[in-house]
Design a protein around this ligand. Structure first.
Ligand SMILES: Cc1cc2nc3c(=O)[nH]c(=O)nc-3n(C[C@H](O)[C@H](O)[C@H](O)COP(=O)(O)OP(=O)(O)OC[C@H]3O[C@@H](n4cnc5c(N)ncnc54)[C@H](O)[C@@H]3O)c2cc1C
Length: 392
């Protein structure tokens, strides 16, 4: 289903969503309420990957939202994607990170930069939920400084020989394909890095331990090991040495998804706090009647609205084909900060009940923290923004 914002009249600025956008948001909201909510506390507690729900999300078109329908995708715009991400993240940020990585890091990157053969081979399975994809840039010694890749992809004529370790890989234990950044020519520094598509089960490719995490505990985070893995040349994305540029452009788009995730975590916590404030009584009246609680709700709603506008602006710029790197970094930086602040206040509004699992806000508080770390920490977002401001 194609979806575009209502066209703006010349010289005007419209904040209206199209009817199709509203339908997509409603579909994601209904799915989150009816299918993600039951069991979300248990999945968090038991660190259980939502296997069945991933298949459902594939059926609903949530895993390849922006992919061209000829490859099995939804043909939607980025605005539709962030609307869906917000709704899913209100309930289950572990499920929404699977959606985010699959849509923006894997499918978008493959569709934009992959060969026709790569798209035909991998996109239908990625969009349908037959399998999910992983994006592998971080290493034990290379996080923020992603240029210092130690994983190597030695050029052996018709194939690369891949050796090294990747850390913190979301969907790592489940992925049907992994997009792996590796150094081919160290003398060329970051211009010698390639991105290779590595299929699950390729000899020499091993899945390491699953990380035990503070939040997004239902998501699957692993280290991955490559020992003399033969990857055909046909599996390289882009020309020789394009891997670092590939990773950076894909991450620009990915940040819009994570900003939307942070926004959803914040708005989910806010909605719970608003509801609770109208029900809970103290000193003979609903706590919503105490001005201190009203001020908290007012601040939360204002911050969320500001974050939402930044997220939509970045998404809209991407859809219009404009440069969006600065807006994406601003949206992620701000929305993740809002997620931290709002989830903490939502616990405060709940009092002691906010501190226990049953009321959901403690999980959202734990989940919020990762949005300040992955796909570039908040410090790195500031560096990206400053580089744009200074034209560096
Ligand atoms: C749950 C989870 C899922 C993840 N999923 C993926 C994934 O799917 N794929 C993937 O490739 N990676 C993934 N990551 C890795 C993530 O992107 C990195 O953790 C992140 O980029 C930070 O790198 P680092 O952990 O090495 O921290 P470091 O780079 O060591 O940073 C440590 C601290 O120093 C600060 N810092 C570093 N350099 C500077 C600087 N120049 N100026 C100012 N401050 C600086 C950082 O902001 C941070 O506060 C994931 C991480 C987690 C925790």
């Amino acid at each position: 289903m194609a979806a575009v914002l209502a066209p703006d009249a010349p010289g005007t600025l419209s904040f209206e969503l199209s009817d199709e956008h509203k339908l997509i948001r409603q579909m994601a909201r209904d799915f989150a309420q009816s299918e993600l909510l039951p069991g979300v506390i248990e999945r968090d507690r038991d660190e259980k990957f939502p296997e069945e729900l991933v298949r459902r999300m594939g059926e609903l078109g949530l895993l390849g939202m922006m992919v061209d329908p000829q490859y099995g995708g939804g043909g939607m715009d980025t605005v539709s994607y962030v609307l869906a991400m917000e709704e899913l993240s209100k309930i289950d940020a572990s499920a929404s990170v699977i959606v985010s990585v699959n849509n923006s890091l894997v499918c978008w990157g493959l569709e934009k930069f992959g060969t026709e053969a790569q798209k035909r081979k991998y996109l239908p399975a990625l969009t349908s939920g037959e399998y999910v994809g992983a994006f592998c840039l971080s290493e034990p010694e290379a996080g923020s400084d992603a240029t210092s890749q130690r994983t190597t992809a030695e050029d052996r004529g018709d194939h690369y020989l891949l050796n090294g370790t990747k850390n913190w890989i979301t969907n790592g234990g489940r992925a049907g394909i992994s997009l792996v950044m590796a150094q081919t020519d160290a003398a060329k520094k970051h211009k010698g890095i390639n991105c290779l598509i590595v299929e699950r089960g390729t000899p020499g490719f091993a899945i390491g331990k699953k990380e035990e995490k503070l939040g997004i505990r239902g998501s699957d985070t692993h280290s991955l090991m490559f020992s003399d893995v033969k990857v055909p040349k046909a599996n390289r994305i882009g020309e020789d040495g394009f891997g670092f540029r590939f990773a950076m452009s894909v991450l620009d788009g990915g940040r819009i998804g994570i900003a939307a995730q942070a926004l959803g975590i914040a708005s989910g916590a806010y909605e719970l706090a608003l509801k609770y404030a109208k029900e809970r009584k103290a000193f003979g009246t609903e706590i919503a009647n105490h001005q201190a609680i009203q001020f908290k709700l007012a601040d939360m709603a204002t911050q969320i609205e500001a974050a939402r506008l930044l997220v939509l602006k970045a998404a809209r710029e991407k859809d219009l084909g404009k440069p969006f790197g600065q807006s994406a970094a601003m949206a992620k930086l701000y929305a993740s900060k809002v997620a931290m602040a709002v989830t903490a206040e939502a616990i405060q509004v709940h009092g002691g009940y906010g501190y226990v699992k049953e009321f959901h806000v403690e999980r959202l508080y734990r989940d919020a923290k990762i949005t300040e770390i992955y796909e570039g920490t908040s410090e790195i977002q500031r560096l990206v923004i400053a580089r744009h401001l200074l034209g560096a």
